[in-house]
Design a protein around this ligand. Structure first.
Ligand SMILES: C[S@@+](CC[C@H](N)C(=O)[O-])C[C@H]1O[C@@H](n2cnc3c(N)ncnc32)[C@H](O)[C@@H]1O
Length: 397
């Protein structure tokens, strides 16, 4: 949720500016009323989301990000201690007659989204306490399977001006697959971990609200959209749960944060937005995005997808010889390579891992990184031999 409200959407039609504040070049992003996903790729459909979703083919998208109306149900104006009025999100698109009306709408769009998802696609929905629990229950009722909920903790939340509640400092994202049985969904676990200083990425993410140059403004300097999401949030989602070339659907496109990030990261998008002014802002914004080089966005290979190479294969490939001595990096611990792919240390025989653990008196050891062989007067870790065997095997597959 954004912190403030701007003028109604129609007020800044055709006057919207790019994220840098200058008028963007002629948009290349089309306005379409599609019949097939091919015609809507990298396009914004200006329509009610239910009508647009019904026109998309089944099982055609790889990832969905949805930032639906919050149904804030604001009553009266909210003012700061200095009596200035807070511009809350009170736009028409956020108004529903009742919880029942909101639930019916939620059920309808979530049902259509599930239809257009490929069997291994996943869905992310973001919301606040006003709507996320209703959305979560509906998701489960429709057969989706919740994989995680992620808390976006806001580094700079709007204070609670009345002092009657805690500062509302987070939003919740639900990440779900189509069903409990859905297999093979994309999750770049290792890339997320590597990007998090080799610690597992947790489900609490800290990002600032979308401010500064990134925030789209109209010519009067007002926010173009009250709830523009930070690109960093979308980047993390797309990097974690999609691949370059994937098709990402956003049925509540707003000013196109999903499309901008998708284009930058080499993904395709389909955006649906009902308000022409928001769609126009999104179109200009996305047209100004320069896609990153393929090397910079290619998914890092996941270890679990790599061909498993047993130690014996390294011997069979001639990288090590039976009878050869291995040592640890310091040379303190030693063992002998046996023809069957085990090591011998004193009376003990076992795998490279077991013998590595034994000589150190530890419960476990990664033998691939512990043991070294002497090559040309220096100690070379045996994991490099494994990599060579794997590379040559993969080249032949
Ligand atoms: C919470 S905002 C999304 C903001 C967007 N994530 C961004 O970063 O700019 C929800 C958007 O959904 C649009 N919307 C609401 N109801 C809609 C409907 N039934 N069909 C299509 N768009 C709708 C609103 O106009 C609004 O722009």
């Amino acid at each position: 949720m954004g912190t403030q409200r701007t003028a109604a959407a129609g007020a800044f039609a055709r006057k919207l500016v790019s994220r840098t504040g200058s008028i963007a070049p002629a948009p290349r992003i089309g306005r379409v009323f599609p019949t097939a996903v091919g015609t809507t790729r990298d396009k914004i459909i200006e329509s009610d989301c239910l009508t647009a979703l019904r026109s998309l083919p089944s099982a055609s998208v790889d990832l969905v990000f949805a930032d639906p109306p919050y149904n804030l149900q604001l009553e009266g104006a909210l003012s700061r201690p200095d009596q200035s009025v807070v511009d809350a999100v009170d736009d028409d698109w956020d108004k529903f007659a009742s919880f029942a009306a909101y639930d019916a709408f939620t059920r309808a769009w979530l049902g259509e989204v599930r239809r257009v998802m490929k069997p291994n696609a996943t869905l992310w929905v973001i919301g606040s306490y006003h709507n996320i629990f209703r959305v979560g229950a509906t998701l489960q009722d429709l057969g989706y399977w919740i994989l995680n909920d992620v808390v976006w903790r806001k580094a700079n939340p709007m204070p609670n001006f009345r002092g009657r509640r805690f500062t509302n400092a987070h939003e919740t994202l639900i990440w779900a697959s189509r069903s409990a049985e859905a297999k093979g969904y994309t999750f770049h676990y290792e890339a997320m971990k590597a990007g998090n200083d080799d610690l597992q990425m947790r489900s609490d993410w800290l990002f600032p609200l979308c401010t500064g140059d990134e925030r789209l403004k109209d010519e009067a300097g007002r926010k173009a959209h009250p709830t523009q999401k930070p690109e960093a949030l979308l980047s993390r989602i797309l990097l974690a749960a999609s691949n370059p070339g994937d098709l990402v659907l956003d049925p509540f496109f707003g000013t196109g944060t999903t499309g901008a990030v998708a284009r930058r990261l080499g993904r395709h998008f389909v955006g649906i937005e009902r308000e022409p002014a928001y769609a126009e802002a999104a179109r200009r914004r996305i047209a100004a995005i320069e896609p990153l080089a393929a090397d910079a966005v290619a998914a890092a290979p996941a270890k679990r997808n790599e061909v498993r190479i047993p130690f014996l294969s390294v011997i069979e490939a001639g990288h090590l010889s039976p009878g050869e001595e291995l040592s640890c990096a310091s040379g303190r611990h030693r063992a002998l390579v046996r023809a069957d792919g085990t090591l011998l240390a004193g009376p003990a025989i076992g795998s490279i891992h077991k013998i590595g653990a034994l000589v150190q008196g530890l419960p476990a050891c990664n033998g691939w990184t512990f043991w070294h062989a002497e090559r040309g007067g220096t100690r070379q870790v045996i994991d490099t031999f494994r990599a060579e065997v794997r590379n040559s095997l993969q080249a032949q597959l």
